[in-house]
Design a protein around this ligand. Structure first.
Ligand code: ZN
Length: 117
């Protein structure tokens, strides 16, 4: 992969990183406001909704955190010059795949095998 392409993908990754950090922050703020609201809630139906919201938010945060880790690993790989290689079969990951998912760790083939497990 040429340097120009790497720089492009790194910029995309940095943007995703920033976006995910903001989403996690936003989620945490939502969680906090749910907390204070829950203390005032008298109706049990409201409380149930709040608990559901809370679970949804923490699930989202969890997913975002995982994604953020993948993004950070990808950035590190670009810096180390190891980016774009499948972690499983060590072949190059296709550029189309990297453009769609720049934080991919595996090629499409290995990914689909991994997901079936
Ligand atoms: Zn592979």
């Amino acid at each position: 992969m040429d340097a120009k392409r790497k720089t492009e993908l790194k910029e995309i990754l940095l943007k995703i990183k920033e976006q995910k950090i903001n989403e996690i922050k936003q989620n945490n703020e939502d969680l906090r406001s749910t907390d204070s609201f829950q203390n005032d809630a008298q109706d049990s139906a409201d409380t149930a909704t709040n608990i559901y919201d809370k679970e949804l938010h923490s699930e989202l945060t969890e997913k975002n955190k995982q994604l953020l880790t993948s993004v950070e690993e990808a950035i590190k790989k670009i810096n180390d010059g190891k980016y774009g290689t499948c972690e499983s079969c060590e072949k190059d990951i296709s550029l189309e795949r990297l453009k769609a998912m720049p934080f991919s760790k595996m090629c499409i083939k290995c990914q689909s095998v991994a997901e079936k497990k």
